[in-house]
Write a protein that binds this ligand. Structure first.
Ligand SMILES: [Zn+2]
Length: 201
């Protein structure tokens, strides 16, 4: 269960000496308050949503929301609101998400870099994760590498789910007959995505 919603945190309040209460007509009894609303997930603030505000008479407790305020009160409220800033902690969730996404991007980049090196210098034991012609997934295991070609043992199984490929990558699933292709073809297959991941132990 994901617990999420929005909350408000108090930013600033001010007592007005000039505002007149609509409820009891007392002058100088009104206090304005500004709050910042923010979305949260599991009580971690995600990002701010906007401001809400009230006016309250300290004398008769008459309260007004911003859109109920007459022009003079709204002006005082807006003045106060313009003096407030959204606290930085309300962006924590968004910041964490950005850090996480950058980390994924960085790791992906590191993996791609490694794989490009594996393509340039194939080794016996490398496993190529491939997309088959009918959009299934399977693997090839490198058995031999020569000056300009690579010999692989094809997996006899395929799967229609990318996430299931590692399950069929077992030694007993590989056949007996290997075949070869040039290192140029290996490069092409990697760059066009036919080989989409390379594993090296
Ligand atoms: Zn009042």
């Amino acid at each position: 269960m994901i617990i999420y919603g929005s909350r408000a945190s108090h930013l600033k309040s001010i007592h007005s000496n000039t505002a007149i209460c609509l409820g009891c007509s007392t002058k100088g009894s009104v206090t304005f308050g500004v709050y910042s609303r923010y979305a949260h997930v599991f009580w971690i603030p995600l990002f701010p949503i906007g401001r809400i505000g009230f006016s309250e008479c300290q004398y008769c407790k008459h309260t007004l929301r911003v859109k109920e305020m007459p022009a003079e009160l709204a002006r005082e409220y807006n003045q106060l609101k313009s003096e407030t800033r959204t606290p930085i902690w309300q962006f924590i969730g968004l910041g964490l998400i950005l850090v996480f996404l950058s980390w994924i991007a960085l790791m992906t980049n590191v993996d791609r870099k490694k794989e490009r090196a594996y393509v340039a210098q194939p080794q016996v034991g490398d496993v190529y994760y491939i997309k088959t012609e009918n959009n299934h997934y399977s693997t090839l295991k490198v058995m031999d590498v020569s000056q300009d070609s690579v010999h692989v043992l094809p997996n006899e199984y395929t799967t229609n789910k990318k996430s299931g490929v590692h399950k069929i990558n077992k030694m007993e699933n590989y056949g007996q007959f290997n075949y070869g292709f040039s290192k140029d073809d290996l490069r092409i297959a990697y760059h066009d995505g036919t080989i989409y991941t390379i594993n090296r132990k």
